[in-house]
Design a protein around this ligand. Sequence first.
Ligand code: IPD
Ligand code: CA
Ligand code: CA
Ligand code: CA
Length: 260
Amino acid sequence: MNEAQLKKLDQTVLGWLDTVHDTVLKRVTQRMRVDTKAGHRDLVTNVDRETEQFYVDAIRRFDPKAKILGEEGFGDAVNDMAGRVWFVDPIDGTMNFVKQQAEFATMLALYEDGQPVMAWIMDVVNHDIVHGGPAYGVYHNDTPLATPKDTGLADGLIILSGARLLYEQFGFPEVAKAALGFRVYGSAGISYLHVLTGKAVGYASNMKPWDYAAGTLLGEALGFKVGKIDDQPMNMLISGTVLVATQQAYSDIMAIERDL
Ligand code: IPD
Ligand code: CA
Ligand code: CA
Ligand code: CA
């Protein structure tokens, strides 16, 4: 895509995010339907579903040939990365959304033939957006973001998944102890925003493709290192424990992994 096409794409999706911001904030004041999926802690609401349906309709109008991989199943069954593939996480941090009405995000990412094109992450309550891509640059709202300072684990905050930490998997407790401090936010999108804007040196969590597609694209575009904590190659269509971090924090964490 050329610069003008990328600009049009960005403006279009930013328009969708405005709509989602207004609609979702209105919806939290109304009665919500909360259902469970895989277990009693795996929540989904009518707002998750309606928001995904909104994105799917908007993408189909704007980019009819694309495939859509959405968490709530309103998109397509996507088996490969050929062509244009949109990843959609309508409400990321549904537990926070239901219990706190805050600290939740919405995320979209577009890849073409497996190559990153553009992604968007919005802290919905604060209308705070990181968006962009490798050929476009990455912006925090209207401000261009620069590659972050290469801070190591001992000098920064690491954001971790609560479950991996609690159940002492993949050396998460050791990583937390080696960091200056650790945080658990309960939303991949909110966590990525902290990393991308330089407030934390890294984020690691067990995630599904729609949880990590946007953060991976934006992180790599900004010069962060992204990979699987078990050192397996990234495959955008499978779940895994994914780490995004400054180059230094990434090698600090992988050194801990190797010593386990
Ligand atoms: C979840 C959140 C959470 C992460 C889970 C995700 P959801 O997304 O990002 O922080 O630990 O792995 O599934 O289900 O609320 O969109
Ligand atoms: Ca979910
Ligand atoms: Ca999610
Ligand atoms: Ca979600």
